[in-house]
Ligand binder design. Sequence first.
Ligand code: GUN
Length: 284
Amino acid sequence: MTATIMYGKQLADEYRTKFKIEVENLKRKGIDPCLAVIIVGDNPASKTYVRMKQKACEQIGIKSIVKAFDKKISEATLLSYIESLNQDRNVHGILVQLPLPDHINEKSILEKINPAKDVDGFHPINIGKLLIGQETLYPCTPLGILKLLEHYKVEIEGKHVVVVGRSHIVGKPVGQLLLNQNATVTYCHSKTKDLFKYTKQADILIVAVGKAKLITKEAVKKDAVVIDVGNTFLESGEVVGDVDFNHVKDIVSFITPVPKGVGPMTITMLLHNTIRATESQLTI
Ligand code: GUN
């Protein structure tokens, strides 16, 4: 049996069409949704991601402001710029592209963002709300994964979800979101012994570690659902995920491709969060 390929790209396009109408409706009421993106330094991957975010906003009519700082900027300057965005009633979403240079405390920066404008969902208040199952702005990749599973009608309740990777951006929050949907969740990470012992038990396997083709066909259960968040550029120029797609697809029931799988959903959920953040800040 060959798996159903879960094309995030296709679903992302459907969402963006819907979001474009929502933004038009807001504009008709005199509200102009605006996302401010901060980038520090010249990390090429970060620059690419920021450009993609800017383009996605433009595509659906969200205004975006990109502020690029030199990598030597002080933490104090960055904090005071974030404060000015917090105070600006015309800015509805704030995103600080990660990673930041070593001399800047990432935790202090993320805590400075007004939780109501935290479209990445990284503020401790938003993470805390996620933990206790309260509605809030959720991190974009985990939310995109949830929407993908829902779209393909993958049952979550009672299923064993195994998450490989425990980052704050993907691993931890995606496990939490699915726990809130009544899944049984196991987290695996770099110190897990005998990784495949766990991955082979997964009804839904989510891999987010950035290790090309880590998950082979020996690592998955027949008919599992496999979500690949990996995105590694090989020297050949090819982009591959954390899953050995060509071999694993013959065993499982659903699998995301790389590229065009989870990736497009991440930026789409940033648009979703920006619209939700805008709506939540309306005082009329
Ligand atoms: N760097 C890598 N992924 C992300 C993300 O989702 N948000 C931000 N702000 N930075 C990132």
